[in-house]
Design a protein around this ligand. Structure first.
Ligand SMILES: NC(=O)c1ccc[n+]([C@@H]2O[C@H](COP(=O)([O-])OP(=O)(O)OC[C@H]3O[C@@H](n4cnc5c(N)ncnc54)[C@H](O)[C@@H]3O)[C@@H](O)[C@H]2O)c1
Length: 356
């Protein structure tokens, strides 16, 4: 075991979209933690800049949360006193095409982490080892576990679980495993279920990066079905501030829903992005011989089992923990488009120009 005065926190999936934004925020805010990032580096992983890599309070370990020996070694070697668990296979379409990896990572991986936390922090049912009294397992989950809403209502923490895709079913299963480790063993757990996130560092398979990428490379912008499905969008920095609050102040065994009453139909959002891009990427538009990116929008065959609407009632985290989202959608989208524009133009300039 290392002799380090900083409290070691295991963050899983810290190279992914939300995990990497969270680590950047957490390292900047807290000097008293040592963040150990365990990530398998799947296709969804994003590179960190050298400043993070070089930070004395950050350690990266490449590996899977499913690997029993590795996870056991990490708990002992770094004397892990907290877990914030982001690692997952996260794309619904992939879960429809190849569900098995979702069960392995999201269900078996979560089980392996929980079981190692239990063995390392506790001596048996409800017996916490000395020195681990505040050690907590924070499980990051999604509003998709609740299934789909009609045009009215919102998911609260009391809503019935009704997952519809292999992805949401695997996340629901992992949520229930977390609950069981609290109910059965008394492990200190909290779970948060968040709405759709947007912001920098998201893999290009997801809606907002897909729209920006397709537009800048002159490809059709695909919209599922008639585009009227509704999602509640939250900036990833607002999600990270909520996680920080829940990890430090949430009540053991509780779940917290996170959302920002910001419902958009997919087609409205795609149109809004095209309008922003028309202004910000006028030169690319000209190269493509188009007068608006709106002309690239095309409707494609709907996703099987496509949930109609998600909306989150986040009264609990607002009233009990005093959380609020800070970033307006207008400001957040603007900043997000700027980030992808810079990234795409810097890293893939040929891809953009060759379509001109
Ligand atoms: N993106 C959203 O809008 C959203 C909303 C609510 C909740 N969530 C949840 O937040 C978490 C993070 O989502 P994201 O969008 O950042 O996902 P992501 O797909 O961008 O990143 C997932 C990360 O996990 C890593 N990973 C995958 N399998 C692994 C394994 N077996 N072992 C270790 N690392 C592994 C990947 O390499 C990647 O870095 C997930 O649990 C997801 O269910 C996401």
């Amino acid at each position: 075991m290392r002799n380090n005065t900083r409290k070691a926190i295991l963050v899983t999936g810290g190279l992914g979209f939300i995990g990497s934004n969270f680590i950047q925020y957490f390292l900047k805010k807290y000097e008293q933690y040592h963040v150990i990032n365990l990530d398998k580096v799947t296709y969804a992983a994003q590179e960190f800049d050298s400043e993070i890599e070089a930070s004395p309070t950050y350690t990266f370990i490449k590996g899977s949360i499913e690997n029993k020996e590795l996870v056991e070694y990490i708990f002992k070697e770094y004397d892990i006193k907290g877990v914030i668990h982001f690692a997952a296979e996260s794309h619904v379409d992939n879960s429809i095409n190849d569900p098995e990896i979702f069960i392995k990572t999201n269900v078996m991986g979560t089980f392996n982490l929980l079981n190692n936390a239990y063995k390392y922090w506790m001596d048996g049912v409800n017996i916490v080892k000395t020195g681990y009294e505040t050690s907590r397992f924070h499980h990051i989950s999604t509003d998709e576990v609740y299934g789909s809403l009609s045009d009215i209502g919102a998911f609260s923490e009391e809503s019935k679980y009704a997952p519809n895709s292999p992805y949401s079913a695997s996340k629901a299963s992992s949520d229930l495993l977390v609950r069981s480790y609290f109910k059965t063993y008394g492990l200190n757990v909290v779970t948060s279920n968040c709405s759709n996130n947007y912001g920098p560092r998201q893999n290009k398979e997801k809606l907002i990066p897909t729209v920006i990428h397709s537009a800048l490379t002159g490809k059709e912008i695909p919209v599922y079905g008639d585009g009227r499905n509704i999602r509640d969008w939250l900036h990833v920095e607002d999600h990270t501030s909520a996680i920080d609050l829940i990890f430090h102040q949430g009540v053991t065994g509780e779940t917290y829903n996170i959302g920002s009453d910001n419902e958009w139909s997919n087609i409205q959002l795609v149109q809004e992005l095209c309008t922003i891009l028309d202004e910000k990427a006028a030169d690319i538009l000209e190269n493509l011989h188009l007068d608006s990116f709106h002309h690239l929008i095309c409707f494609v065959h709907d996703r099987p089992g496509h949930d109609w609407r998600y909306a989150i009632d986040s009264t609990k985290i607002r009233e009990e923990l005093g959380w609020n989202s800070e970033i307006s959608f207008k400001e957040g989208l603007d900043q997000t488009v700027d980030w992808y524009l810079e990234k795409i133009l810097k890293r893939h300039p040929n891809e953009v120009q060759k379509n001109g």
